[in-house]
Design a protein around this ligand. Structure first.
Ligand code: PMP
Ligand code: GLN
Length: 379
C-alpha cells in the first residue's frame, strides 16, 4: 500500500490518552474537561432528542444556530456576518480546518504555519496536494517572527494559518500582530485560516483579537470556532466557520462531501442555550483564569519552570531541572512510573528542536489538579 501520509502516525492525543488509561494515570494530556457541560444545555439536548430531531440538519447548519452565531460575532467582534451566506456549522473545528484547506489549496500552493503547530494542519495541507511551510515561533514567548514570515512569503504562498490563543504554548496574538499580518499580505493573493477555538480563554484582562474584528483580515479569512471548547463538550464535535460569502461557497462545496452536516439535535440545543444563557461564554475567561492560577500555584513548589499561560486551557513547563530525557521519553516515564499523563511538544514541530517542554491540560476539577500536583511536586 502506498501511504498518502507516510510521515504521519497516530496523533499524540490518542497515544497519550491511551497510555493514561493503560496505566490508570491522571490524564492531563488530551484537552478535555473532567467536569460537566452546563445542566441547562444538557436539558436542551435531551429535549430535542426526545422531540425526535433525529434526521439530517440542513447542509449549512440549523438556521436558528447560524442566527445565534451571527449575533454573537456581531456583539463580540463587531462583525456583520450573513447567517445564510457566511456561517457554516461543522462537525468539530477539525472538520472546518480541513474543509477550508481542501477548498482553496491545490498542487503547487504553499501554506505557512507556525511551529509548534496543531497537528491537523500539516496533514490536511498535504492531502490537498499543497506544500506545508513551517516557521518556528520565537522562543521563549511563542510569538510570530515577522522577518521569517516575510522571508517565507513568495508567489506560491496561498494561505497562512494562525492560531490564537495558541495550542500548545498558550500564547496570544495582539492587535498589533493582526495589523502586521494584514500589512504583509496586502496586495497579495493570500488567504488566512484563523483557528480561534480558544477564543474565550484569554487571561489577565486581555481581549481575544479575532480576525473578525479586523476589517482587512476579515475579508480574506476563514475564522474557525468550536462549541466543544466553549461548552465543555468536546465529544459533541460541534463547531463553525465564519468566512466571506465567496470563501464560504467554496468551503461548503467541501463540507457537503466530507460530512454533509452535523448532529441535528445538538445544533438546536446549542441555539437555545446561546439565546437563553449568553452569560456562559462571558464568564469563561475568569473561570479558566482561576483554573490556571490554581494549577500554577499548586505546582509552584515543583522543579518545573514555567511562565503562566496567557490563554487556552494548557500550561507548558520546562522539565530540564528534573531530567535529561527527551520530551517523549519524559512523558512516557511520567505517565508509566508516576501516573500523570501529559503532552510532549516535539510532535507539534516539523523539525523538533530537542524540546524539554511538556504541556499540561488544566481544564479539570480542582481535586484532579491537586492530586496531580502532589505527584509533580515530588519529582
Ligand atoms: N484547533 C485547535 C488549536 C485545537 O486545540 C482543537 C482541539 N482541541 C481543534 C482545533 C479541534 O477542535 P474540535 O474538537 O472542535 O474538532
Ligand atoms: N485539541 C485537543 C488537544 O489539544 C485534542 C483534540 C484531539 O484529540 N484531536 O489536546
Amino acid at each position: 500500500l502506498r501511504s498518502k501520509l507516510p510521515q504521519v502516525g497516530t496523533t499524540i492525543f490518542t497515544v497519550m490518552t491511551r497510555m493514561a488509561q493503560q496505566h490508570n494515570a491522571i490524564n492531563l494530556s488530551q484537552g478535555f474537561p473532567d467536569f460537566d457541560c452546563p445542566a441547562a444545555l444538557r436539558e436542551r439536548v435531551s429535549f430535542y432528542l426526545n422531540d425526535r430531531r433525529n434526521q439530517y440538519a440542513p447542509m449549512t447548519g440549523v438556521a436558528e444556530l447560524r442566527e445565534q452565531i451571527a449575533l454573537k460575532v456581531a456583539q463580540l467582534y463587531g462583525c456583520q456576518a450573513d447567517a445564510d451566506q457566511e456561517i457554516t456549522v461543522t462537525s468539530g473545528a477539525t472538520e472546518a480546518l480541513f474543509d477550508a484547506i481542501q477548498a482553496v489549496i491545490g498542487s503547487g500552493d504553499e501554506v505557512i504555519m507556525f511551529d509548534p503547530a496543531y497537528d491537523s494542519y500539516d496533514p490536511a495541507v498535504q492531502l490537498a496536494g499543497g506544500t506545508p511551510v513551517h516557521i518556528p515561533l520565537t522562543v521563549p514567548d511563542y510569538g510570530i517572527d515577522w522577518q521569517a514570515l516575510s522571508d517565507a512569503i513568495n508567489d506560491r504562498t496561498r494561505m497562512i494559518i494562525i492560531n490564537s490563543p495558541h495550542n500548545p504554548s498558550g500564547s496570544v496574538l495582539h492587535r498589533s500582530d493582526l495589523d502586521q499580518l494584514a500589512e504583509l499580505i496586502r496586495d497579495r493573493d493570500i488567504l488566512v485560516l484563523s483557528d480561534e477555538v480558544y477564543e474565550h480563554m484569554v487571561f489577565d484582562g486581555a481581549r481575544h483579537e479575532s480576525v473578525l474584528s479586523h476589517p482587512e483580515l476579515r475579508e480574506r479569512s476563514f475564522a474557525v470556532f468550536s462549541f466543544g471548547k466553549t461548552y465543555h463538550a468536546t465529544g459533541w464535535k460541534a463547531a463553525y466557520c465564519v468566512a466571506p460569502a465567496a470563501l464560504t461557497a467554496e468551503f461548503r462545496k467541501v463540507h457537503q462531501f466530507v460530512t454533509f452536516t452535523s448532529t441535528s439535535f445538538i445544533q438546536y440545543a446549542i441555539a437555545d442555550f446561546m439565546r437563553d444563557c449568553p452569560e456562559h461564554h462571558l464568564e469563561l475567561p475568569a473561570f479558566y483564569q482561576q483554573k490556571r492560577d490554581t494549577f500554577c500555584s499548586l505546582i509552584e513548589p515543583s522543579r518545573f519552570t514555567f511562565t503562566p499561560s496567557a490563554g487556552t486551557y494548557f500550561q507548558c513547563v520546562d522539565f530540564s531541572a528534573i531530567s535529561d530525557l527527551t520530551d517523549m521519553e519524559f512523558v512516557t516515564w511520567l505517565c508509566q512510573e508516576h501516573g500523570v499523563a501529559t503532552i510532549p511538544l516535539s510532535p507539534f514541530y516539523a523539525h523538533a528542536p530537542g524540546s524539554s517542554i511538556i504541556r499540561f491540560c488544566f481544564c479539570k476539577d480542582d481535586s484532579t489538579l491537586e492530586q496531580a500536583a502532589a505527584i509533580l511536586n515530588k519529582l
